[in-house]
Ligand binder design. Structure first.
Ligand SMILES: Cc1cc2nc3c(=O)[nH]c(=O)nc-3n(C[C@H](O)[C@H](O)[C@H](O)COP(=O)(O)O)c2cc1C
Length: 173
């Protein structure tokens, strides 16, 4: 098991997977538990996580994601959906338009890091048709898919991608 900083250093988007290697149920469960341990506004966890493993549905998600082929290749795809109504009931408009999206996003971030700690890789997928994913997963109107994570054993070791220098990003006052 890697420590936190090693885990962060080893996380790179993986777009080639060893499709013949399934994700073990215990590992998937551990990843989902970590996702659900993320902080959320008012402890409401205003999201649902759809766990997609069937080849048919992964293929449909791949099409919804503009044919990004690794979505089909990875044995698991997690779809994080913001529950707008749940956050709105407690926090009004800010809950609906912001907190539900943040809750779902933080949960996805936790899942992405847990995936690395479990010896696997993932890619965050944001480039997809919301409507197609809503239709495929039969989502209610208040459930908005905000991110997907392809998960599996890597078949590539990508070089780290560049980051802006800290000075470009930080503002001290
Ligand atoms: C909001 C968001 C949307 C993204 N959408 C996609 C996507 O649709 N397809 C893809 O291949 N990568 C996608 N990525 C992954 C980024 O391209 C990747 O994280 C970035 O290039 C940095 O590379 P790294 O993850 O290897 O550090 C997305 C990342 C984020 C945070």
């Amino acid at each position: 098991m890697w420590d936190f900083f090693e885990t962060i250093r080893h996380r790179h988007s993986i777009r080639k997977y060893r499709s013949e290697l399934a994700v073990e149920q215990e590992k998937l469960h551990a990843i989902l538990e970590v996702a659900c341990s993320a902080p959320s506004a008012g402890d409401l966890q205003s999201y649902k996580i759809h766990v997609v493993t069937s080849a048919r549905d992964r293929d449909a998600l791949c099409k919804a994601a503009n044919d990004q082929d690794f979505v089909r290749q990875a044995p698991v795809c997690l779809v994080f959906c913001a529950d707008l109504d749940r956050a709105q009931q407690e926090f009004g408009a800010r809950g609906r338009t912001l907190f539900s999206l943040q809750d779902a996003t933080i949960a996805a971030s936790y899942a992405q890091l847990a995936t690395v700690a479990a010896g696997m890789g993932s890619t965050w997928i944001g480039h997809f048709s919301e409507e197609s994913v809503q239709r495929l997963l039969d989502l209610a109107d208040n459930m908005v898919p905000i991110a997907m994570l392809s998960i599996g054993y890597p078949a590539e070791t990508p070089a780290p991608s560049p980051r802006r220098p800290l000075n470009d990003v930080l503002v001290y006052s």
